[in-house]
Design a binder for this molecule. Structure first.
Ligand code: CO
Length: 208
């Protein structure tokens, strides 16, 4: 890709926006109040706004390898704190995708250096569901199932945070687990039940 082309693309985009609304950027600069916090994978094939069909200002976006929400990761924790506590988003989405390289790497035994502690979080998900996963003989099916289970466990991690627990109590913020199917382009809703997760983690992770 010619990096200069990006600036040409940007100029075209600015003109398109201004052609439809001459105050577009003036209004955009006034502030943001997105309804959605989207946490997805950094994979170049899995966009955030484009696959959801949302415009600038509509989704607060955080992406990292394999859409993880580790308790000690200052970046994702800060994003959640800001989006839920300050911007007061109504929905938190964790969106994984089939054929995720991060999930694949966690299923293999390679030493990947600094990636090891990151991928360890996915291995921990595998360990929780060890029996279920080991009963799936087809490797691709097992890989896809781990993608789904990882999304679910990251939704649980979202609900372990104090800010989301508070927002759930006070204004019913909801948490959604989705998978993007690269083969079809379709989003799949895993129908995560926020209340059920809250109930299941309350005893141990409850924070006030
Ligand atoms: Co991925």
């Amino acid at each position: 890709m010619d990096i200069k082309k990006i600036f040409e693309n940007n100029a075209t985009w600015v003109n398109e926006k201004l052609g439809k609304d001459e105050n577009y950027f003036k209004n955009l600069s006034k502030g943001q109040s997105p309804d959605i916090l989207y946490i997805g994978c950094a994979d170049s094939r899995v966009t955030a706004e484009e696959l959801m069909g949302v415009s600038p200002g509509e989704a607060f976006v955080h992406r990292n390898i394999a859409n993880m929400v580790p308790n000690t990761d200052l970046s994702s924790m800060s994003v959640i704190e800001y989006a839920v506590g300050h911007l007061k988003v109504k929905h938190v989405v964790v969106c994984g995708h089939y054929y995720c390289g991060g999930v694949k790497a966690a299923m293999e035994s390679k030493d990947l250096g600094v990636l090891n502690p990151w991928l360890r979080n996915i291995r921990d998900v595998y360990r929780i569901y060890n029996d279920e996963l080991n009963n799936i003989n087809d490797e691709e099916a097992r890989y896809k199932r781990l993608v789904e289970l990882n999304v679910y466990e990251q939704c649980v991690n979202v609900l372990k945070t104090a800010v989301v627990q508070k927002a759930f109590r006070e204004r019913g913020v909801s948490v959604h687990g989705w998978v993007f199917d690269i083969h079809t382009g379709k989003l799949i809703d895993l129908a995560v039940n926020t209340q059920k997760i809250v109930d299941s983690v309350r005893e141990i992770y409850h924070l006030e």
